[in-house]
Design a protein around this ligand. Sequence first.
Ligand code: ATP
Length: 228
Amino acid sequence: MSRAPGNRPLAAPEPGAPGPGAGRGRTRLGVFGGTFDPPHFGHLALAEWARTELALDRVLFVPAGEPPHKRRGPLSAATHRVAMTRLAVRGNPAFAVSTLEARRRGPSYTAETVRRLAAAGPRATLPLLLGAGMFATFDQWHEPGEIARRAVLVVALRPGSRARRASRWARRGRGVVWLENPGLEVSSSALRARAARGMGMRYLVPDAVARYAARHRLYGPKPGRRRA
Ligand code: ATP
């Protein structure tokens, strides 16, 4: 696949500068955190787009144990979200799942995750993949400066999106790589809402994820509620 016009590969650092993935052999690793409740084709499409556009060797999906930025409603158990994410990435040898956050107690702070991952290669800066919606709140995250020191923020944007200007962080000119991508309008919350009305997730999540969610009754209609 050829590269989208607005995107530059992360693979070629400035001469003398440690590029993303430096210090960890030849493997260029991208990190993709999320709640993944459930993982859907929007996540997979973004990860694969980033992998090819930025010439990454691997994308590590990191399901949060307790996501600090969200969320009011009930959350599926981390074991289920990890299992579904593993099923979702199955078949793509460049994708892997980390249980680093799912195993950790307390809120899953991205700062701690990038600290841990960067410890494997101290001079490295990790590409951290984010949707534009998630990035919009970045300055309110725990230790955003620490994250930005150790990671390159890679923010997925629709072509022509205005999100670049919407973020205070981006206005301050901090290092952000904007990743133009076609995007798929699917979200986990919309899928959960559909499932709660008795509707399926087919063609919006991998079949194995839909089967897992059904088997474990993760998102079905609440007792007493009629199918829409
Ligand atoms: P929810 O609807 O419950 O908020 P979500 O669909 O946004 O969930 P998350 O697991 O919270 O999924 O998202 C993980 C990351 O993936 C975030 O950076 C988010 O912005 C990004 N993301 C989510 N959906 C999409 C999508 N359709 N296309 C591109 N990026 C997405």
